[in-house]
Write a protein that binds this ligand. Structure first.
Ligand code: ADQ
Length: 477
């Protein structure tokens, strides 16, 4: 029990993310309970929050008033309420129709609407206020992702005593692209409220530093930005890279269980015991290169290089952002392509492509990874891509082969994959064939090297490195 001003809380570590780490589920008998969300961020933070006095600020996922704060395990969970209109403006609008395409190389045109930015600012302020009310004096606050880029500066204004870190899960674009954003200065100034800005790749951090120089005329030196403060004072903000990872040990253990290994064999039998099983697993998102992958596969079928029943492609496409028009369009395009390929190249009981627009549990995903001879990870742009890391982690048999786009963050670490440029359809076809036909000993060597990398640099290393760097960030308050 320490002396506190009413504006201060008691939590030494506060995580601020778009979503809470739990989902509300309603059981058959109508009772409502909270269940841990499957996402990697939740697992990552659990390893650093265990035994800590930690709080998590996030949206519940439903419109309307926020549920009362509650405790879950070692964490205090504080929900932020969003109205229908705020979900439309802040989340679906500015976050997913403006920032998401802008930060992913404008694969689809970003839409700039003033009302959306107003909503973004209002919601960011609400998150900042809740975080400010929960943080203990001198606490550490870790803000996540592109939905909350204004929070660092808003929070610093309310609570200059806390350490503020922000991590970007998606790419940070080059200055020529970022410059399109009408509110570019607001966003950069929002971020510069932090002590440490974390990015997936060095290149993303460098893009941010260039934006600071070119658009705000700030001075940068050795990965830091000098931010003018009151009078002659300057604050120093560091921008570094921390490639996110997965809980490799627990996934590897899961993939070794007899149940998962038997399920993997069953999946191959269900597919008709083909010689080659190819697999894609993505959120149904235009950044993931699903159309390019299907195009290449369809051409391999029509060239007669691959044919069912010897070869099958399984494409799992998780439902995502289903109210945003670019996603509705993408779904139609993908489903037309799959339908055409099956119509042209399938046989009774033997489709060329098995398409699944569904979510699965971790064990089923691990079994699919174990069953796949070639994993196709072909995004046009991706901050990291955890599916690539999950695939190699499940391959304790050193089997399989990973085809990986050079435009993923993961390609920086998994450079022993079969690297491809998904825009180059001939090149992609060649790389898929190469991954199928390469010498098995060579494939095992590649797989071992990639598995080693992910096992060493796992998600708790990622979170630990970020928090250590935040603790050591240049300007202690
Ligand atoms: P995402 O764009 O969602 O993440 P990714 O990194 O691949 O992309 O993570 C997706 C996760 O969802 C994986 O753990 C995967 O196993 C799981 N998943 C996918 N389809 C599923 C299904 N049908 N059923 C069950 N689980 C499924 C964003 C960025 C990435 C960055 C991560 C983390 O876009 O670049 O790697 O955040 O920072």
């Amino acid at each position: 029990t320490r002396d506190q001003s009413p504006a201060e809380g008691t939590y030494e570590l506060v995580v601020v993310a778009n979503r809470l780490p739990v989902d509300r589920v309603t059981d058959d008998d109508g009772t409502v309970r909270w269940q841990q969300s499957p996402g990697g961020l939740v697992t990552a933070m659990q390893s650093v929050m265990t035994g800590q006095d930690g709080a998590w600020v996030g949206w519940s996922g439903d419109p309307g008033e926020a549920p009362e704060p509650f405790d879950s395990g070692d964490m205090h969970l504080h929900a932020v309420g969003l109205t229908e209109q705020e979900i439309e403006d802040h989340y679906e609008g500015f976050s997913n129709e403006t920032l998401w395409p802008l930060y992913h190389d404008v694969i689809v045109p970003p839409r700039f609407r003033r009302r959306w930015f107003d909503g973004y600012r209002t919601v960011n302020r609400r998150f900042a206020e809740v975080a400010a009310s929960l943080a203990a004096p001198g606490a550490t606050v870790w803000v996540h992702d592109y939905q909350l880029q204004l929070v660092p500066a808003m929070l610093r204004e309310l609570r200059p005593d806390v350490r503020i870190g922000w991590f970007n899960h998606i790419p940070f674009p080059g200055v020529e692209i970022f410059a399109q954003l009408p509110w570019r200065k607001h966003v950069v100034q929002g971020l510069l409220g932090a002590d440490l800005l974390g990015f997936q790749r060095r290149a993303d951090a460098d893009n941010f530093l260039r934006v600071c120089r070119r658009l705000l005329g700030l001075h940068t030196r050795g990965g830091t930005v000098e931010v003018p403060g009151p009078g002659d004072s300057t604050r120093v903000v560091r921008a570094s890279s921390f490639p996110i990872s997965i809980d490799a040990a627990s996934l590897s253990d899961l993939a070794r269980t007899p149940e998962v290994m038997e399920r993997a064999r069953q999946i191959r039998r269900d597919l008709g015991d083909p010689e080659h099983v190819l697999l894609g697993v993505d959120r149904l998102d235009y950044t993931k290169g699903i159309r390019h992958r299907l195009k290449a596969y369809e051409e391999l079928l029509s060239d007669g290089v691959l044919a069912p029943p010897q070869a099958v492609l399984v494409q799992v496409a998780t439902p995502s952002r289903e109210r945003v028009s670019a996603y509705i369009q993408l779904r139609e395009q993908v489903e037309v392509t799959v339908g055409r390929a099956n119509g042209d190249f399938g046989h009774l009981g033997m489709p060329a492509i098995h398409y699944l627009h569904q979510s699965y549990g971790r064990a089923e995903m691990a079994a699919m990874f174990l069953a796949a001879d070639v994993m196709l990870v072909t995004p046009l742009r991706d901050g990291m891509n955890l599916v690539a890391k999950e695939y190699v982690t499940c391959r304790h048999d050193d089997g399989g082969a990973l085809v990986l786009s050079e435009f993923t963050g993961a390609a920086g670490e998994l450079d022993r994959a079969f690297i491809c440029n998904p825009h180059d359809i001939d090149g992609l076809k060649y790389t898929i064939r190469h991954a199928l036909d390469a010498d098995p000993a060579e494939k095992r060597r590649r797989m071992r090297a990639m598995r080693r990398r992910v096992a060493e640099y796992d998600v708790s290393r990622w979170a630990g490195d970020f928090l250590a760097a935040l603790d050591a960030a240049p300007d202690r308050p």
